[in-house]
Write a protein that binds this ligand. Structure first.
Ligand SMILES: Nc1ccn([C@@H]2O[C@H](COP(=O)(O)OP(=O)(O)OP(=O)(O)O)[C@@H](O)[C@H]2O)c(=O)n1
Ligand SMILES: C[C@](O)(CO)[C@H](O)COP(=O)(O)O
Length: 228
């Protein structure tokens, strides 16, 4: 089994607003990125992690990851998340050409339980070319026009909130990034453009993406309950 995880961590964290990359923001003294990488390795099925870091912070990110030693490499990320994933993927496939499964996991989803990682990997190894963890939508969703006027109320029973890690057959993800004709907000979106089916497994509330100060407060509450 050869599973490599890519961790896009090159965002600036503008909405969090601490003036440092979000991946380096500590929760109870441990940076989000380190928590995310620990979670991946704790799943027991990830052979190696490739982190895409802000090009200006490569040394800081490398130092933060010293505790995981040779299990992680750090590469320079790009302008958009899609660019960061592509750069990490190129490095991973060059360095580990026998990679069979690639996970893509946001540093910002630092409290993802290892069982979600395992469920995604198992589904890809079971034959699904692309697998994403999802949750049901709790709120009613409206589609609006440019003026904010409601034009439709989609049936929420058919909608899902999408998390990471997203898991892929390595060649499918490579093709998706090679043929990429513009950024997507997630990697499954690129795979969908190839016409390859994307399957779902159960996500977890703790796999929430930390985007705002409110999310950070929720993460601190998760931690104080002894999770993560
Ligand atoms: N050029 C980018 C932009 C984002 N990311 C990563 O993609 C994940 C999801 O992005 P998001 O939560 O939007 O992070 P930021 O871009 O840092 O947030 P903001 O938009 O508030 O600056 C994060 O782990 C982030 O570091 C990345 O690797 N490269
Ligand atoms: C990949 C992702 O986390 C799935 O929900 C999300 O799409 C990232 O979005 P962002 O635009 O980088 O915040």
């Amino acid at each position: 089994m050869s599973v490599v995880a890519l961790v896009p961590a090159a965002g600036r964290g503008e909405r969090l607003g601490f003036g440092i990359p979000k991946a380096l923001v500590p929760v109870d003294g441990v940076p989000l990125l380190v928590r995310a990488v620990r979670g991946l390795l704790a799943a027991g099925c990830v052979r190696h992690v490739v982190v895409a870091a802000p090009p200006t912070d490569l040394d800081t990110v490398t130092a933060a990851l010293a505790e995981v030693g040779a299990a992680a490499d750090v590469v320079a990320g790009g302008a958009e998340r899609t660019d960061s994933v592509r750069l990490a993927l190129e490095f991973a496939l060059r360095t580990f050409p026998d990679t069979r499964v690639v996970l893509v996991h946001d540093a910002a989803r630092a409290f993802t339980p290892p069982e979600v990682v395992r469920a995604v990997v198992d589904a890809v190894l079971g034959g699904s070319p692309a697998v994403i963890p999802v949750l049901p939508v709790a709120d009613t969703i409206k589609q609006v026009d440019a003026d904010g006027v409601v034009i439709a109320t989609p049936d929420r029973s058919a909608l899902r909130v999408v998390q990471t890690p997203q898991g892929f057959d390595a060649d499918v993800l490579r093709r998706a990034h090679v043929t990429c004709d513009g950024p997507a907000t997630d990697d499954a979106g690129l795979v969908e453009r190839l016409g390859v089916p994307v399957s779902t497994v159960a996500g977890h509330p703790n796999a929430m993406k930390i985007t705002t100060r409110f999310d950070l407060a929720v993460a601190e509450a998760i931690l104080s309950r002894g999770v993560g």
